[in-house]
Design a binder for this molecule. Structure first.
Ligand code: TRP
Length: 463
């Protein structure tokens, strides 16, 4: 078989996997979830989920990948459990669906770079019209997909790793600069307080639940993205410490993104932290308004930098989403990487078109389905999001950990984890991971899956 390539170093892998994790989920999703649900109370829950629940899942995915040196489907075949490759197939489907709409949003963000650079802050009040401009936003999406495909076509070390090593440090630099700037604004401290001082009376069932979903999505778990990246990791690398770095980087960037955004909201609301711009409108509506109120060339500079940063973060994530189906096509269908990349990317772009049209342009896709028990219809993009992120990811995660602990067996998982990690055997980490992978994670993820399906699609809220 042809050489599949691999990461050139442990650092290269960590950067690429952290790049996958850090994305729109951190810089857009995290702050808006914090704003909507519970402020610092949400943050606390999110941290707990990341370390106690998601970290074990991450370690498991990487270990399955490295052991088999295969894509998300091939990995199950290689380990001798062909029936289970349905989990990998589901993951690939899920990656295709997520990328199809994620790319639409990334395209919007890409277009905002030009709006900000030309000081068109009024776009904030016309976001609805902006997304109706189908040919323009469609072109932005096409460019974004093409750049993603270009990086992936260059291979693992020459494309994915190289891009991550350049983009991730730049991202960190830009985001820290914006944090420092936002701290100089009036009333910034009101935002910091809202963000960091927990009010546990705000801790409702839905806060806990959203925090779990956010943690899972943000760490790129549940669909074999890290099985795929893990398949390119050297046997000498320490999976445990790598996963710890990746988790810390992802959590760290999300926390810093909050430190950038909440002071801005404090400034905008003159310290009242009223309802302004909580929710999904945050980055496309509220932030441009804030940049506009900063005014002049500073406003334009800060706005432009913000959207460049957002696109960088999104790019390393779209790259990881595309690599999952591509590595499957390359390994299993024996197609050359370059050809596989452009074919798969083109197909996913097409699948994304309804998500593009469903924001008011096409009546049909804007009111695509009405769930049982719902008052109003759901648009296509949100529907994709509910199917892929809210449903398939927890289900996939549950099945992956269950598979590793009870089918492949935890002794084999342990064996793989011990490779490159001399102190692993007998450690506390080993004991905790065994417990989490065997019981905690499958039970929690399985429960979340059932509750989500009932609540989202059937309007039955058990909690
Ligand atoms: N983690 C990314 C974000 O926060 C999105 C992402 C990339 C992802 N690859 C993934 C999510 C794989 C789930 C699975 O934006």
């Amino acid at each position: 078989m042809a050489n599949r390539g691999g990461f050139s170093s442990k650092l290269g892998f960590i950067m690429a996997a952290a790049g996958s994790a850090v994305g729109l989920g951190n810089i857009w999703g995290f702050p808006y979830e914090v704003g909507q649900g519970g402020g610092a109370a949400f943050v606390v829950m999110y941290l707990i989920f990341c370390f106690l629940l998601c970290f074990p899942v991450m370690v498991t995915e990487i270990a399955i990948g490295r052991k088999s040196q295969k894509n998300a489907v091939g990995a199950f075949n290689y380990l001798g459990f062909k029936k289970w490759n349905i989990v990998g197939k589901m993951g690939i489907l899920c990656g295709v669906l997520i990328l199809s709409f994620y790319n639409v949003i990334a395209g919007w963000a890409f277009g905002y770079i030009f709006e900000m650079a030309s000081s068109n802050f009024g776009i904030a009040d016309h976001f609805g019209d902006y997304v109706l401009n189908i040919f323009r936003v469609g072109l932005y999406g096409l460019v974004f997909m093409a750049v993603t495909a270009y990086v992936v076509s260059k291979g693992v070390s020459g494309g994915i790793e190289k891009a991550a090593k350049l983009l991730m440090p730049t991202l960190l630099f830009l985001i820290v600069s914006l944090v420092l700037y936002s701290f100089t604004l009036e009333n910034s401290m009101a935002g910091v307080k809202f963000y960091l001082i927990p009010d546990f009376s705000l801790m409702t069932g839905s806060v806990i639940y959203n925090a779990m979903g956010q943690a899972f999505f943000s760490l790129s778990l549940g669909m074999g993205a890290l099985i795929t990246y893990g398949s390119y990791v050297s046997k000498n690398d320490n999976i445990i410490t790598s996963a710890a770095f990746i988790t810390l980087a992802d959590v760290g960037i999300a926390l810093i993104a909050g430190l950038m955004i909440f002071p801005l909201i404090g400034y905008m609301t003159e310290g009242t932290m009223s309802e302004v711009g909580r929710g999904p409108a945050l980055i496309f509506v509220t932030l441009p308004q804030i940049f506009g109120s900063i005014g002049g060339s500073w406003g334009a500079a800060v706005g432009t930098i913000f959207f460049v940063l957002l696109c960088f973060a999104a790019l390393t994530s779209t790259v990881s989403l595309l690599e999952v189906p591509v590595s499957y096509v390359v390994d299993e269908l024996n197609v050359r990487r370059k050809r596989a990349v452009w074919l798969v990317a083109g197909l996913i772009y097409l699948i994304g078109i309804p998500s593009l049209l469903g924001n008011g342009y096409s009546e049909f896709f804007s009111h695509f389905v009405t769930y049982i028990g719902a008052d109003s219809a759901t648009d296509f993009l949100s529907f994709m999001n509910h199917v892929a992120n809210d449903t398939l990811l927890p289900l996939g995660g549950c099945l992956i950990v269950f598979f590793a602990a009870h089918v492949w067996k935890k002794e084999n998982l342990d064996e793989e984890l011990a490779q490159g990690a001399p102190n692993y055997k007998g450690s506390f980490v080993q004991k905790y991971l065994n417990f989490a992978v065997s019981y905690l994670a499958p039970i929690v993820l399985g429960t979340v899956f059932v509750l989500t399906v009932l609540s989202t699609f059937f309007g039955i809220n058990l909690i």
